[in-house]
Design a protein around this ligand. Sequence first.
Ligand code: CA
Length: 235
Amino acid sequence: MTSSTPARTALVVEDERTINDALAQRLRAEGYTVEQAFDGPSAVDLAASARPDVVLLDVMLPGFDGLEVCRRIQAARPVPVLMLTARDDEADVLVGLGVGADDYLTKPFSMREVVARVAALLRRVERAEALAADRPAPLEVGAISIDPGTRRTTVAGEPVHLTPTEFDLLLCLAREAGQVLGRDRLLREVWDWGDAWGSAGAARTVDSHVKALRAKVGAARIRTVHGVGYALEAI
Ligand code: CA
């Protein structure tokens, strides 16, 4: 955030009050306006009334769970969502479900990490909006057509519904179709992660999203180069 940017609103959804309060306090210290919800139904209501710029969302919640909250708020209005998960395998499930979560953090996480991820999500949204305003020409890679302006994708003429992260990942691979892009580079360009964040969890983030993307555009179109990264093939 720069000083010219109006305060961003973050919605923190977590039933454990100490964690919720700690997140809220830290985000307020970073200049965010913060709303807090402690169960599923009130999170959906607050998302509608407070119109947050970003949502931090715990998975296990009373009422209905974080997956359902994510689906409902994304159906009403697209907003970047950072899921807070108890385990790595829970994160895999989330990505596979395509509920619209843009990123996730596995507990326990540091407050510094939370702040960095929230800022990265907001930068991605701003970048996507700037790109849409430029009205660039659609990219064609084999049977896939990707329109960065409208953020629509078709495969063999059929529309494919991608989450914001899947779209950004596909666009990044498509810009250098046929070339192998390393996980580090994808993390930087798609997730806006700094080099200092390299970890097993980071590699899993890329792998989980590639898996979900493959299921939608055709597995053969995304080639794995073991130990290196991924390439989009023009087929
Ligand atoms: Ca919880």
